[in-house]
Each structure stands twice: as structure tokens, then as C-alpha cells.
Design a protein around this ligand. Structure first.
Ligand code: UFG
Length: 318
């Protein structure tokens, strides 16, 4: 297939672009490089630099694309609370421009990066796709709005869409890994201590109603996540919008993650306990039963593998 990958210069987009190329697809990456890196775009993919508003129509027009994988987004929860307008504009606004361009050019399949943040504070775990969606921050709200837009575009214009609701993505795929300028995620921050670029890790709160008092999350390897995109692509059915959770179904606390990082790196990794980070739910664990039964996807990598792949990636860049 000929595929447009928006955000293909970012962490997850670059991994999936690499996997798509290996599967024999042709890939064009559209990325404004606001947070991505041109050298993260895999060899064999063409990079078009620009926003979706400026370039999506131009790129799709008459070029014979079969489908779009849409990763481009602003994705920092804290920043979204500080600058909600930016998130609505860049996430929903740019996605609408992309969908309009798809409609105009007759490209009718899309796989979209949604998020567990659409659920907000869950009433129960593991979270099912049918559970209430009450995002607690603008980031989650914008992604939920795009999911709703996809449902409408499927109904009104026959688009075939799949939204994948990622839980906590981690790990690396060879030379493709996390390279955020502002790093907020737990695993890269913990590994930065082992690499000597940070002094200690901050544990955001240990008074949560969890076994060790720290937040519990469902970590999924970026390679497993990528494989789900290839399956989702095959499952896009015109006129239908499907939503799937993507996680491993196991919860690990912040303290457990730090412990695995200590074991993998052999570094003591000093940790300090600080206050809670606003907006963090205590426990987020996915039920991925739906994608397992409908698309035959299965996670193959555990937390230790995610940490050791992320560690190898970090060391390769040192
Ligand atoms: N944490 C720390 N110290 C740190 C960084 C994180 O204690 O230095 C804690 C957080 O408080 C949280 C856990 O580690 O409890 C995981 O935090 P991350 O920032 O790695 O990930 P989040 O769970 O906050 O967010 C991730 C994605 C979001 C997405 C969300 C959905 O980054 O984009 O999952 O669940 F919205």
C-alpha cells in the first residue's frame, strides 16, 4: 500500500513507519518537525515538512494513497492544561484539515493514535472500550473529540477508521526511540539517572490507593504497539469506525518500574518522593481483549524488555 504517516518523525510514528517499510509498504511522512527529528524518519520513507493544514491536501492530491496513519499531535498532558487552545487547534484543528483532505481526495482509510487519557479517572480496571470517557485534561479531551469526528466521518462520508487507545508506550526499536526535548515520561527519566544525565528520579506521590502508594500504569512495548497498527490498517472498513485499547493488561507501580530499571542497568538510581503530579489517575490498566479477539493482536514483550530496549537505545546515542 501507499501510506501517509503524519508525525512519522516522532517516537511512535518513526517506529511504525519503519515497520510499514519492512512489511513492503511505501511510506510518505508528513511532519512539521516541531517535536520530531528529520533523522528519525526511516530510510526509504519520503519526508514532507509541513503542517497538515498546509500540506495534507497537496500531498494526498492525485498521488494514489491507500490510507493514512495519523500520529502527529501535541501530547504533553501538563502543557495541555496550561495551553488548552494550542491543543484544540493543533490536535482537533489539524486533524479536521487532514480528514477534509482525505474526503476531497477519496482516501478512505485511517488509523488514528488515540489515548487512555480519553477515559480520565476510571471507575474500574481493566478499562473496557465501552467504559465512560471523561478526560481530566485538554490533551485527552482533544483526542476524544477526534475519535468522535472519526465516527461522524465514517457515518457521513464512508471513511474507514480505527482508533487505537494507547496506554503507556515504552521501549525502542533499534535506532528508533524516545528523543523528547522536554522529557516527562517515567522510563526515560529513570534511565537518564542511570546514564548520568540526571541526578535522581522524582516519584510523584506515594499516597495513592495502590499497593505501594505510587501510581500504577499499563506499559506496552512500542514494537507490539506498531504491530497493532499494521493489523488495524488491514481492518479499516469503509463506513465503520472502530476503537481498540492497546496495553499489556498488567499494571506496574512507579516503584516497580524504577526497580526493573535498577536491575537492567545495574545502577542504584536514587529516587526522591515528591508531591503528586496534578491530573494523574491512581491506576490505568487496559483490557485489550477486544483487539485480541477481533484482530488477533497479542503483546509479546514485557516490562523488562521495554526497559532494556530503551536502555540500549539511550546508550547507543550517548
Ligand atoms: N512519574 C513519576 N516521575 C517522573 C515521571 C512520571 O513519578 O519523573 C509517574 C507519573 O506520575 C505517572 C507514571 O509515572 O504516575 C507514568 O507517567 P508518564 O508521564 O510516563 O505517563 P502518563 O501515565 O502520565 O501518560 C501517558 C502518556 C500520555 C497519555 C497517558 C494515558 O504519556 O500521553 O499515558 O494514560 F495520555
Amino acid at each position: 500500500m501507499k501510506l501517509l504517516v503524519t508525525g512519522g518523525a516522532g517516537y511512535i510514528g518513526s517506529v511504525v513507519a519503519a515497520q510499514l517499510l519492512e512489511a513492503g509498504h511505501r511510506v510518505v511522512v508528513l511532519d512539521d518537525l516541531s517535536t520530531g527529528h528529520a533523522d528519525a524518519v526511516p530510510e526509504g520513507a519520503e519526508l514532507v515538512r509541513g503542517t497538515l493544514r498546509d500540506k495534507a491536501l497537496e500531498v494526498l492530491e492525485g498521488a494514489g494513497f491507500d490510507a493514512v496513519l495519523h500520529f502527529a499531535a501535541k501530547s504533553l498532558v501538563g502543557e495541555s492544561v496550561e495551553r488548552p487552545g494550542l491543543y484544540w487547534d493543533r490536535n482537533l484543528g489539524e486533524s479536521l484539515a487532514l480528514l477534509d483532505a482525505m474526503r476531497e481526495t477519496g482516501v478512505d482509510r485511517i488509523v488514528f493514535s488515540s489515548t487512555a487519557a480519553t477515559y480520565g479517572e476510571p471507575e474500574r480496571t481493566p478499562i473496557l472500550e465501552t467504559d465512560p470517557t471523561r478526560p481530566t485534561n485538554p490533551y485527552g479531551a482533544t483526542k476524544l473529540a477526534i475519535d468522535a469526528t472519526l465516527t461522524e466521518f465514517a457515518r457521513l462520508y464512508g471513511i474507514g477508521g480505527v482508533s487505537l487507545r494507547y496506554f503507556n508506550v515504552a521501549g525502542a526499536y533499534g535506532r528508533f526511540g524516545e528523543r523528547h526535548t522536554v522529557e516527562t515520561h517515567l522510563i526515560p527519566n529513570v534511565l537518564a539517572v542511570a546514564a548520568g544525565t540526571r541526578e535522581s528520579v522524582n516519584v510523584f506521590g506515594e499516597d495513592y490507593p495502590t499497593p505501594d502508594g505510587t501510581c500504577v500504569r499499563d506499559y506496552i512495548h512500542v514494537v507490539d504497539l506498531g504491530r497493532a497498527h499494521l493489523l488495524a490498517l488491514e481492518a479499516c472498513t469503509p463506513g465503520t469506525h472502530r476503537i481498540y485499547n492497546l496495553g499489556n493488561g498488567n499494571g506496574f507501580s512507579v516503584r516497580e518500574v524504577i526497580e526493573v530499571c535498577r536491575e537492567v542497568t545495574g545502577h542504584p538510581i536514587p529516587a526522591n518522593v515528591g508531591p503528586r503530579r496534578p491530573g494523574d489517575p491512581a491506576v490505568l490498566v487496559a483490557s485489550s481483549e477486544k483487539i485480541q479477539s477481533e484482530l488477533g493482536w497479542k503483546p509479546e514483550h514485557d516490562l523488562r524488555q521495554m526497559v532494556s530496549d530503551a536502555w540500549a537505545f539511550l546508550q547507543s546515542r550517548a
